[in-house]
Design a protein around this ligand. Structure first.
Ligand SMILES: Nc1ncnc2c1ncn2[C@@H]1O[C@H](COP(=O)(O)OP(=O)(O)OP(=O)(O)O)[C@@H](O)[C@H]1O
Ligand SMILES: [Zn+2]
Length: 721
């Protein structure tokens, strides 16, 4: 009899066995729908020897219902799912779910009716019809899409359809994308760039696993260089995955890609329309999507014929996912390349210490671009010591920075002020009674957002309209904003320079692709004088007229107990500094700080990256921190504080006593209340050789907790809150 073992997409269940009816063909990787009690569940056919489960006698097996009309998940992806689940202590079903991330795509084909002009003219030409006909020349789309394009009502378009002026065209909803042309606009590379590009092209041709670290200063042309490898893969008919750390960077990338290859790449991220996701998923699986650019979830897509992976801005913390399956997309990308036997390029101007260490150990090949492209040189960096250059009361910009902005405005150039704090002020308190606005669901202050006139929690999204009275003492006019956010800095610039055109750039103001595209256009065309932004604006952008970068508070990133704080601060400031002077005009960077002697600041000022990395490496080695030792975290949470505390105590008491592994805690998490759940943490510090995952599985597997308790494991954690 034909039986099959399924990895079912339900994290609470183990693998399940089914019978395969004679009329269905199943192979490893087939996507299957099967009965589960009275319901149905998706599952993936798996090699049974790799997925141990309870042996059920043939007679008790239920038959699967159907095999989905999609290509089976290939072996390299199945191995990746196994590896990810094992390494990050996650349920295989939760990882597999990321591969089958468009339910609609699994069910197979469908069509859609679009319309276009037929060439016939109407017998009666109203002004509305005239507008529509000229606007729709060369266009094709659904009626709804054409309504937007033409700016006329649906009734007008329906009238044109009835009059035969527009004709229906039936299209496959999962139709292929237009093809990228590798020689559409090939740049002529500098010798240095060409050397790097040749290496990447060779690696694509070789079709072997090759992890490469592209370490190039800001503005050195990393993108242009790895585009040559993309071109090679496209020429060979193979697919490419480019991972970006944030959706916000996609718009800029789309534009650059389209001008290089003639068509935009295929986009994949979580905020897309269902229909777009489904088309992208199917084309990825069938090989019709050549180049996919996406956020980290694109890593688990079922590529038919992957030839290259690029992780751009590979040092970015946002590649680490902190809920659900807690994985690091940078590291999983390298594993996917290994299973697929293809090259992977990690590109960054400020590589993670872990990546540099891998290069030093000879595991990654390091490829350097040490200078900027063309006539551009790296900007001059100056320190503004806030203890000597004191901003006026209630202000945050010190005199040298203000003078710098004034100079840029006079010359028609641009300035960028960086402060990694959204909103107007991070804390609001009552001068009369001392009341502070706090989130009811989180142990965090509410942040004032003046643009939207609200107080908001940046952890759970809780919002209240900005009050005029103190809720505690009832006084009016007593609420004070403490400290600056970007909105407040923008106000300060507006007061100093009333004619300046200022744009605040945060995830609040650039909340959709249209707004991001509008910002990029405005900044490129010189319609903005001063940009005030969070980390969102520190990387990826290339604005030729931007010649001054001001870091408003360089000490901010060093606060808090994060063990990677120094590295992250260094990266963020080096990246934002890298936005200055990228074209012919030289750039200048001013870093405001109260601690000019701090190693991070001193290294930035001296432009001595190696010194910083060396000091940081020594500190990590000394502390047994990554990459010299390993960390893992256990996070316990419950809506009931006593329940959470008790579960944490049980885990702490059962902690293993081993020579190569130390357990700290449990202790209340720094964010001890998050989204209504009380939280405790344990930190594990282990030698590199320790079997951390197995130890944790054995340890937690023995324990049981109250039903409302959640226990999460975070391997190689980034967040310590
Ligand atoms: N060979 C080239 N020919 C023409 N333009 C180039 C070339 N190399 C780089 N450029 C241009 O120089 C600018 C900087 O290049 P790019 O954005 O690729 O650098 P990067 O190293 O990715 O920078 P960052 O890390 O700061 O984002 C871009 O506008 C790019 O188009
Ligand atoms: Zn909250």
């Amino acid at each position: 009899m034909n039986r099959v073992r399924l990895l079912v997409l339900n994290a609470a269940l183990g693998p399940l066995d089914y019978r395969v009816p004679d009329h269905l063909h199943v192979e490893p990787g087939s996507v299957i729908i099967a009965p589960l009690g009275p319901r149905q569940v998706f599952g993936i056919a798996w090699e049974s020897e790799r997925l141990p489960g309870a042996e059920v006698p043939d007679a008790r097996l239920r038959p699967i219902l159907d095999v989905m009309p999609v290509p089976p998940l290939r072996a390299p992806l199945r191995r990746l799912i196994e590896w990810t689940a094992d390494y990050y202590c996650a349920a295989p079903a939760s990882v597999a779910r990321m591969s089958l991330s468009s339910g609609a795509a699994l069910r197979g084909g469908g069509t859609l009716t679009e319309y276009r002009l037929s060439g016939a003219m109407p017998s009666r030409l109203t002004p509305q019809r005239d507008v529509a006909i000229s606007a729709l020349d060369g266009e094709q789309g659904t009626i709804r899409e054409l309504v937007d394009l033409a700016g006329v009502s649906e009734a007008v378009l329906r009238g044109l359809v009835n009059a035969g002026v527009m004709e229906p065209v039936v299209v496959d909803i999962d139709r292929p994308y237009p093809l990228a042309r590798s020689d559409h606009a090939r740049p002529s590379l500098s010798d240095l760039q060409q050397g790097a590009a040749d290496r990447f092209v060779d690696a694509v041709k070789a079709r072997e696993f090759a992890p490469m670290l592209l370490d190039g200063v800001t503005g050195s042309g990393k993108t242009e260089t790895y585009f040559e490898a993309v071109a090679q893969a496209v020429d060979e008919g193979r697919q490419v995955l480019v991972l970006l750390p944030e959706i916000a960077l996609t718009e800029n990338f789309l534009k650059r890609f389209a001008s290089r290859f003639g068509v935009p790449p295929v986009v994949w991220h979580s905020n897309q329309k269902q229909s777009e996701r489904r088309r992208a998923w199917r084309q990825v699986a069938e090989g019709g999507a050549q180049v996919v650019v996406g956020a980290r979830s694109a890593l688990f897509l079922p590529f038919a014929n992957l030839g290259l992976i690029v992780v751009d801005e590979a040092h970015e913390v946002s590649f680490k996912q902190d809920d659900g399956v807690r994985y690091n997309a940078r590291d999983v990308a390298v594993m996917r390349a290994r299973f697929e036997q293809i090259p992977v390029i990690l590109a960054s101007a400020t590589p993670a210490l872990e990546s540099l260490q891998m290069a030093e150990a000879g595991i990654y090949e390091k490829i350097d671009l040490p200078s900027r492209f063309g006539a551009a040189s790296l900007p001059d960096i100056a320190i503004v010591d806030l203890r000597e250059q004191v901003p006026p009361r209630g202000r945050w910009l010190a005199p040298p920075l203000v003078a710098g902005i004034e100079e840029r405005l006079a010359r028609g150039e641009q300035a960028l002020l960086f402060l990694n704090r959204r909103g107007y002020a991070p804390l609001t308190l009552c001068r009369n009674c001392g009341f502070r606005f706090q989130c009811p669901n989180c142990s965090a202050w509410l942040v004032e957002h003046r643009l939207s006139k609200r107080l908001a929690c940046h952890h759970c999204g809780h919002e209240v309209p900005s009050p005029s009275l103190c809720p505690e003492c009832g006084e009016a006019d007593c609420l004070t904003a403490c400290g600056p956010g970007v909105e407040r800095i923008a106000d300060e610039v507006a007061e100093l320079f009333p004619d300046a055109r200022i744009q605040v750039v945060t995830s609040d103001t650039l909340s959709n692709p249209e707004k991001i595209a509008a910002f990029v256009d405005a900044a490129e065309s010189g319609a903005i004088d001063v940009i005030v932004g969070t980390q969102l604006v520190t990387k990826g952008y290339h604005f030729p007229e931007l010649t001054l970068v001001g870091v408003v508070d360089a000490d901010l990133g060093l606060e808090g107990g994060d063990l990677r704080a120094a590295e992250r601060s260094y990266q963020q400031i080096a990246q934002v500094a890298g936005r200055a002077g990228r074209a012919s005009k030289p750039g200048e960077v001013m870093i405001q700080t109260r601690h000019p002697e701090a190693p991070v600041i001193a290294a930035l000022a001296a432009g001595d990256r190696d010194a910083f990395y060396e000091a940081e490496t020594e500190a990590r080695r000394h502390a047994g921190a990554p990459p010299f030792g390993r960390w893992a975290a256990i996070i316990v949470s419950s809506e009931d504080e006593a329940e959470a505390r008790e579960a944490a105590r049980i885990i702490g008491n059962a902690a293993p006593r081993l020579d190569d592994l130390a357990v700290y805690g449990p202790a209340p998490a720094p964010l001890s209340l998050l989204r209504g759940r009380y939280r405790y943490r344990l930190l594990i510090n282990a030698r590199r050789s320790a079997a951390v995952q197995q130890t944790i599985r054995d340890w937690l597997g023995e324990l049981s907790f109250a039903p409302g308790v959640r226990v999460g494991v975070d391997i190689d954690p980034y967040s310590f809150v």
